[in-house]
Ligand binder design. Structure first.
Ligand SMILES: NC(=O)CC[C@H](N)C(=O)O
Length: 382
């Protein structure tokens, strides 16, 4: 690199990548994961499940779509920072209201461009998601030994409950449906809506939109809501959201709540962290994966129909299918590594998936799952 580097990414093993900083200045310690999506950086960065993670994009061009509030999956970017091969360029998109670097600076998120992201991704594949420090200093002053020590001393995501931090503080109602051309969010038909309580462990907005679009009237409750508080809303179904951190740590409050719900025969649907916590409540175990699954091109097989869907994924933990009890069917598996991607409880309207049927970004092959949840509620009414 001809110019003096203004940012660096330091791995706990001492490897250093230099590049050009953009967005906020400063320093952040986090886990580093690679994401293979070709578009959708704003949705990825605002997905609360990325708390305490830096994302390196394998696609070399970050894109010139800029940012628009309509693409936020939560109130602000949550990922600690991003790593890209090519620096972001001027936005060229009629929907853009702000450029990426300015948006990141506003929210205190650090970016580094000019990194050999292929080499970096290979390192992640070999060693598992490393602990890193990302530092951006316009003067290019880096105390590498101190940064390596900081990355090495960071305890990591295992045992960390982050859902409680990113969850809403107060309950609220959600009524907005899907986005459609030329730029409106639908207001779904409210005839005979099914009342759903969505427990917010860091819910992506497009999940709530997909539920609303499928016929749900939604009350969102904070992560620590008890079964009693949830049932007081008289829901016809309960949704367990995605979220950051270690499911086993979040399970301390979620598992007792979910167990009480399971005793009621209420329809339950979980996505990602919600899937993992449902599995924990059913008696299974979760494990930390090597580098996890993050992208918009993950093939998943439905073991009951044989159908394959291309899915959007973002998880670093997984349900250990060997530990699922007898009354639970492993419904989906990853075609990349055979890891568990879904379950259902026999004889009950209770199911969950490890991947993201709401896409955002990603393919919409699995959007029908929102309809399945609504059908479960319809059957219960009948
Ligand atoms: N997207 C999610 O809900 C992620 C769940 C969990 N934090 C994991 O990394 O596996």
């Amino acid at each position: 690199m001809a110019q003096k580097p203004t940012a660096c990414l330091v791995l706990a093993d001492g490897t250093v990548f230099y590049g050009r900083g953009f967005g906020a200045t400063g320093e952040v310690v986090a886990e580093l994961v690679f994401n293979t999506a070709m578009t959708g950086y704003q949705e990825i960065m605002t997905d609360p499940s990325y708390a305490s993670q830096v994302v390196t994009f394998t696609f070399p061009h970050i894109g010139n779509t800029g940012t628009t509030a309509q693409d936020d999956e939560s109130a602000q970017p949550v990922a600690s920072g991003i790593v890209v091969k090519w620096d972001p360029t001027e936005p060229s998109n009629w929907r853009a209201t702000e450029d990426l670097a300015a948006w990141m600076e506003k929210y205190g998120r650090i970016g580094i461009g000019g990194v050999d992201t292929r080499r970096l991704t290979r390192a992640i594949r070999q060693q598992g998601a490393p602990h890193v420090v990302l530092s951006h200093d316009p003067q290019g002053q880096f105390d590498i030994a101190a940064l390596v020590a900081r990355a090495r001393d960071w305890p990591g995501l295992v045992g960390l409950d982050l859902a409680r931090e990113v969850s809403c503080r107060q309950s609220y109602h959600w009524d907005e449906g899907a986005w459609s051309w030329p730029g409106e969010f639908a207001t779904p038909d409210r005839t005979r809506p099914f009342h759903v309580v969505a427990v917010d462990y860091g819910a992506k907005r497009n999940i709530l939109r997909s539920l609303a679009q499928s016929g749900a009237k939604i009350t969102v409750l904070p992560a620590t809501a008890t079964a009693e508080e949830i049932l007081a809303h008289e829901p016809e179904g309960v949704f367990l959201s995605n979220g950051p951190g270690d499911p086993a740590a979040t399970g301390e409050y979620a598992v007792p709540m979910i167990r009480e719900l399971l005793a009621r025969d209420l329809p339950v649907f979980g996505i990602c962290l919600g899937h993992q916590m449902l599995a924990l409540a059913l008696g299974a175990k979760t494990v930390k994966m090597g580098h996890g699954h993050h992208g918009a091109n993950h093939p998943v097989r439905d073991r009951e129909t044989g159908k394959v869907e291309i899915t959007s994924m973002n998880h670093g933990f997984a349900v250990d299918a060997q530990t699922l009890p007898e009354n639970v069917v492993e419904t989906h598996v990853s075609l990349f590594d055979g890891s568990n991607c879904g379950l259902r409880v026999t004889g009950k309207p209770v199911f969950s998936v490890q991947y993201h049927p709401e896409a955002s970004p990603g393919p919409q092959d699995s959007a029908h799952l929102f309809g399945r949840f609504v059908e479960d509620m319809r059957s219960r009414r009948a």
